[in-house]
Write a protein that binds this ligand. Structure first.
Ligand SMILES: Nc1ncnc2c1ncn2[C@@H]1O[C@H](COP(=O)(O)OP(=O)(O)OP(=O)(O)O)[C@@H](O)[C@H]1O
Ligand SMILES: [Mg+2]
Length: 133
């Protein structure tokens, strides 16, 4: 398996594919099955946000290194409507739709690093990392 995969996201099937790719890449790096589930969950949540709010976008899942530490990085990007107030969007229970509003804050909690940038009318990028051991 290559050390980086790009998955276009426009449907539920694409989210399933991205989750699977992420799981495979992280499994190859030796992540525990518990962590594989967390990584797959975070991928599914940001993927679902792309489909729900931006219609389409893409995810790049890569193996990263920091000295001797290995990790997995997920970059989810779209050119949808963007988010006007990121701190509100990151709050537990906030949803502009009919969601539970736990996708973004949940993903932040289960990954080691989480960054979101967004510009109204331009789009949104979420970058998440999980380090091994
Ligand atoms: N890619 C995106 N583009 C535009 N807005 C987004 C995007 N991702 C999230 N948002 C905004 O941030 C809010 C919070 O996202 P979050 O995933 O936490 O909750 P939700 O998707 O509404 O509900 P849940 O994920 O719990 O089903 C969304 O309701 C939406 O307004
Ligand atoms: Mg969501």
């Amino acid at each position: 398996m290559p050390s980086e995969v790009r998955v276009p996201i426009a449907s539920l099937a694409d989210i399933v594919a991205a989750r699977q790719r992420g799981r495979e890449l992280a499994a190859q790096m030796g992540f525990s099955s518990f962590n594989l589930t967390l990584i797959a969950t975070a991928i599914a949540e940001v993927g679902r946000n792309i489909v729900d709010f931006a219609e389409r976008g893409e995810m790049t899942i890569s193996m990263i290194k920091n000295g001797t530490r290995q990790g997995v990085q997920i970059v989810a990007t779209d050119q949808g409507p963007g988010i006007a107030d990121i701190s509100t969007a990151m709050r537990d229970g906030y949803s502009s739709a009919n969601g539970l509003g736990i996708g973004l804050p949940g993903a932040r909690r289960i990954m080691d690093e989480f960054e979101i940038t967004s510009e109204v009318g331009k789009g949104t990028t979420v970058t998440m990392k999980k380090w091994e051991a």
